[in-house]
Design a protein around this ligand. Structure first.
Ligand code: GLP
Length: 260
């Protein structure tokens, strides 16, 4: 893992947006992007929108897959992740609406929908760059603690903690769906590159486990240690429980070139 500890949200957004620019360059503008919802990536999405408007960064040849969706919510529902990504990124860049895929939360058969969605990512040739946040319990996507580290897209039950964490997006905690469709950890690990961003004290324990803890389904993000191309972008609060933080800063200060 490459650990980048930034001063604050603006610098973090630039570092993440640079990764998107890099993958667009590497793929000749034809990247398949893996998009995440939640508050963590929003600053980076704003920076991408700015680069699109002011610097001509184009997403016209890209396509995108979302990580997850609430079971029971149609794409146009106010709290659906499909709508979130449209309102926070895709309506303000030049990506075709038809090129954005997400699990269909309102599918009559969510189990079949999960399998269909997983297969559709593979059929598209896989994800070139996946952006991730991390839950306070170490989840990625909606892969809650004790998720299989080789899981595929499937239906999961949220922990009470995640329901509480996400209640801010709903009128009341009772409105938060208890079930979700999420790419599995095995699915996520097939992305060719991953950038994970986290900020704030309440992510510090999960970040420390992810970077320095033993690989364990207890902290699902630890599976990212198995991936050869992961960049982790942290603000000082999210990095505050890292034992080797000084080493990560030293590595960045002495960087010789692209580091995996
Ligand atoms: C949500 C999403 C994740 C996200 C995480 C953290 O439940 N399913 O993709 O990374 O929880 O959310 P936030 O960035 O709002 O802290």
């Amino acid at each position: 893992m490459e650990i980048i500890i930034v001063d604050g949200a603006e610098e973090g957004a630039r570092v993440v947006a640079d990764r998107f620019e890099q993958v667009l360059r590497e793929t000749g503008g034809k990247a398949t992007l893996g998009l995440a919802t939640g508050s963590s990536p929003v600053a980076a999405y704003r920076e991408l929108i700015r680069r699109h408007r002011e610097e001509g960064l184009s997403f016209a040849g890209t396509r995108a897959f979302l990580l997850d969706e609430y079971v029971g919510l149609a794409p146009e529902a106010p709290q659906s992740y499909h709508r979130f990504i449209r309102e926070n990124l895709t309506r303000d860049i030049d990506i075709d609406d038809a090129a954005i895929s997400s699990p269909r939360g309102e599918a009559a058969d969510p189990v079949a929908e999960a399998a269909r969605y997983d297969a559709s990512i593979r059929e598209a040739g896989g994800v070139d760059l996946q952006i991730l946040g991390i839950g306070s319990d170490g989840h990625i996507g909606f892969n809650e603690p004790t998720s299989s580290l080789s899981s595929r897209t499937r239906v999961k039950t949220l922990t009470p903690q995640t329901v509480e964490d996400n209640a801010r997006f709903f009128d009341s905690p009772d409105d938060v769906p208890r079930h979700v469709l999420t790419q599995g950890i095995g699915t996520i690990l097939e992305a060719r590159a991953i950038v994970l961003t986290a900020s704030g004290e309440n992510k510090a324990r999960a970040v420390a486990e992810m970077v320095e803890g033993p690989i364990s389904a207890r902290w699902p993000a630890t599976a990212l240690q198995l991936h050869p191309r992961v960049v982790v972008v942290l603000d000082p609060a999210a990095a505050s429980q890292l034992e080797l933080a000084d080493y990560y800063r030293y590595v960045q200060d002495n960087k010789r070139g692209p580091v995996a």
